[in-house]
Write a protein that binds this ligand. Structure first.
Ligand SMILES: Cc1cc2nc3c(=O)[nH]c(=O)nc-3n(C[C@H](O)[C@H](O)[C@H](O)COP(=O)(O)O)c2cc1C
Length: 342
């Protein structure tokens, strides 16, 4: 299913550059392009060199929420916008009073136009996160020759994903950096690590699996493969590489011992995501509402101003729990290091 046991995760928001994906592919990993936050036009440009290279690769899309924000969350969003105004003022930014309307393609992350693009000009593999692609769409993608992968964070999500006819699952543990792929409310305590989660999903579903979340060393990767995954998906391990488009502020923070922990927070986007704990995470995690992408749009001007000002205390410094193992240097060295240690 995956031609390599090492997968370079899709990392939207600028981290996965075309150069990162190509270098990972050349070094022997299966590369993902990041479709999230991109228009169809921007996605087409991002993947054109991967198409031209002629190798196997994947594209990842965010599945948008259907329907409006529940009213309780909408009220919490209003309170949160007011709460953010002090930070905004300090940065010389303004919290937008409203989110893009439903008819604005940004509100669904350009879902319709990107799906149309990928049906008309198929790619080898498409993965979804934040939700499931409908079974009818999975069937159309198969007809177009595209393998389809769902991202899941629990056994119930894995079972629901299998129902849609996908070919494989990315099994993401909450140790992962960046956004959680979760689309169902969590039930129970959750698996203590990606190992246990992969083993639990392995026992429940017959599909090929890739494990993800907190995999910082080849030894952990080996253990995840032994637990029943055929590949591991690495995100944080690639964040500091030369080809990564992460900001220098972000790359430096990952190597700075002043940051001593990560936490899962809705503070930046309204969706749970794991980041280095900074001032923004401390101030807002308890109150940030369950409102994605509305909170993403509300904090966007703050994050832009913080980046321009070099203020890492206000930035979303995505990081998985194994962030201290992330190395700088060429992506090929990281990929080859993992492959050699399997
Ligand atoms: C900066 C960053 C951006 C990410 N963006 C995406 C994304 O666009 N789509 C996606 O499916 N997963 C995304 N992820 C999650 C990865 O696919 C993967 O599950 C995660 O990085 C694995 O955990 P690790 O970071 O501990 O290696 C992102 C992760 C990071 C760190």
């Amino acid at each position: 299913m995956f031609p390599s046991p090492i997968i370079a995760a899709p990392m939207a928001g600028g981290t996965t550059t075309t150069e990162l994906a190509l270098a990972a592919q050349l070094a022997g990993a299966f590369p993902f392009a990041a479709g999230g936050y991109k228009s169809a036009e921007a996605l087409a440009a991002h993947i054109a060199p991967l198409r031209a290279a002629g190798g196997d690769f994947g594209v990842n899309l965010f599945v948008p929420r259907t329907g409006p924000l529940p009213s309780g969350d909408a009220a919490a969003l209003e309170r949160y916008r007011r709460e953010l105004s002090a930070d905004a003022e300090a940065l010389g930014a303004v919290v937008p009073a409203v989110s893009p309307p439903q008819e604005d393609p940004r509100s669904t992350d350009y879902w319709e136009e990107k799906v149309e693009l990928l049906l008309n000009e198929p790619v080898p593999l498409l993965s979804f996160t934040f939700g499931l692609g409908p079974a009818a769409l999975v069937a159309r993608l198969h007809k177009a020759g595209t393998r389809v992968v769902a991202s899941v964070t629990s056994v119930p999500e894995a079972l629901a994903a299998a129902e849609t006819g996908v070919d494989a699952l990315v099994v993401q543990h909450s140790n992962a950096g960046g956004h959680s792929a979760a689309f169902l409310p969590p039930s129970g305590a959750g698996a203590p690590s990606v190992l246990e989660l992969v083993a639990a999903v392995r026992a429940a579903v017959g599909l090929p699996l890739a494990g993800a979340g907190g995999i910082g060393t080849a030894a952990t990767a080996r253990a995840v493969l032994a637990a029943g995954a055929e590949a591991v998906q690495l995100g944080t391990a690639l964040l500091r590489t030369d080809e990564s488009g992460a900001r220098a502020l972000h790359k430096d923070a990952l190597a700075d011992p002043q940051f001593s922990e990560t936490a899962v927070t809705r503070a930046f986007t309204g969706k749970p995501a794991r980041a280095l704990v900074n001032g923004f995470v401390r101030r807002h995690s308890a109150t940030a509402p369950n409102a994605y992408p509305e909170v993403h749009f509300a904090t966007a001007p703050l994050r832009a101003a913080a980046a321009a000002a070099g203020d890492r205390e206000m930035l979303n410094l995505w990081a998985g729990t194994a962030w201290q193992s992330a190395q700088s240097g060429p992506v090929a060295d990281v990929v080859k290091g993992f492959l050699a240690g399997l």
